[in-house]
Design a protein around this ligand. Sequence first.
Ligand SMILES: CC(C)(COP(=O)(O)OP(=O)(O)OC[C@H]1O[C@@H](n2cnc3c(N)ncnc32)[C@H](O)[C@@H]1OP(=O)(O)O)[C@@H](O)C(=O)NCCC(=O)NCCS
Length: 401
Amino acid sequence: MPAHTTSLTVRSATEADWPAIGLIAATGFGMWRPDETVQVWRSMMPPDSVVVACDGDEVVGVALFLDLQLTVPGGAVLPMAGVSFVAVAPTHRRRGALTAMFNELHSRMGDYPIAGLEASEAGIYGRFGYGPATVWESVSVERERAQLRAGVPDPGGVRIVRPAEHRAQLEDIDERWRLQTPGGLHTPARLWDEILEDRESLRGGGSALYCLLHGDGFAMYRVHNSDRRKDRAQVTKLAAATPQAYIALWRTLLGLDLMATVDITTHPGALLPYLLTDARLVRTVDVQDGLWLRMLDIPAVLQARTYDADVSVVLDVSDPVLDGGGRFAVEIRGGRASCVATDAPADVHTDLSVLGSLYLGAHRASAFAAAHRLRCDDSTQLRALDAAFATDVPAELGYGF
Ligand SMILES: CC(C)(COP(=O)(O)OP(=O)(O)OC[C@H]1O[C@@H](n2cnc3c(N)ncnc32)[C@H](O)[C@@H]1OP(=O)(O)O)[C@@H](O)C(=O)NCCC(=O)NCCS
């Protein structure tokens, strides 16, 4: 029988499957992580959270989720099933392996109210009710010409340290930062071990990690040398729990005299361009969706965050592939929402992926309405939805997974 006519089965992964999973992931992504790093991620996988697709005895696909904790607007934290390691062998693509694994994986998410993932390609996950909810912006700052504006304070208080020697302080700052940032994630101890291990094979040719430490923030970066005039500092993580710490850290980063650029992955609401005399020196190199969200328990998720305006709507949410939609009466008053299932006529029709995109405030309902992906005939209600879902603190994904 030709391979394309055999049928695939989906089952839980066993310990014995991991070498095959490693091969599928390596061929799927074109590179893979060292075994020790995979072990760290495995420590974040709850029981029964790894499924494989098999053709006979052969593993031809994998999908799993991690146990993560997501900060939502207002500071509440939701348990999030963080979908990752999704790959299907190039010999078995477009035969429904991903769909079969996702059906099984989502049936195992139990009490998780929300699921999230990062997408290798933006065309894959919308059908499964995931919508892009944060935006990555990679910028390169022309450090030699960048000047802070007169009037920007000089709070000081930054030291250069070896990160591993200041772990407790870094963990404490990271916790404070993630709890006030929509999209923030708790970093488990094993992941801190891995970050501070700073494996040479994962440095991408850069130096060891350097760390700038302030009482309320830190920036970790490595230097990439090409020829001397083109050295660049790549910031791997900047977490600032106060605006003063952010400014103090950027003053120091802009003082890295021999670096031609300081490169960082940040978000469209970042403060840096506003601090400079010439905002164009913060050159955007790439913009991409970051965290994608799928609501699993729509009332629980909508009730978990705070809101910036009052609105009452009946939402009709479709989810054709995984069947998680429904109709809900949403009443937002004084910053909190109540959300209950209803049969009342709907004011807003949309699909679950759009709701995921609105949730952290990075996208507006009116943009989806203009794109014919959300229908709301009452323009006052639509403006109220825009205002309600907006956030003071821009959403930013805590770390890639
Ligand atoms: C992405 C990937 C997992 C898809 O697996 P697959 O088994 O081929 O997917 P399925 O056959 O279940 O496809 C389901 C649907 O998604 C569509 N689809 C799958 N991959 C897609 C892609 N990359 N872009 C757009 N649509 C895609 C299919 O066309 C199909 O649509 P249909 O239901 O309308 O027919 C696989 O191509 C892969 O491993 N890619 C390399 C690794 C990777 O990118 N992993 C994702 C990491 S986030």
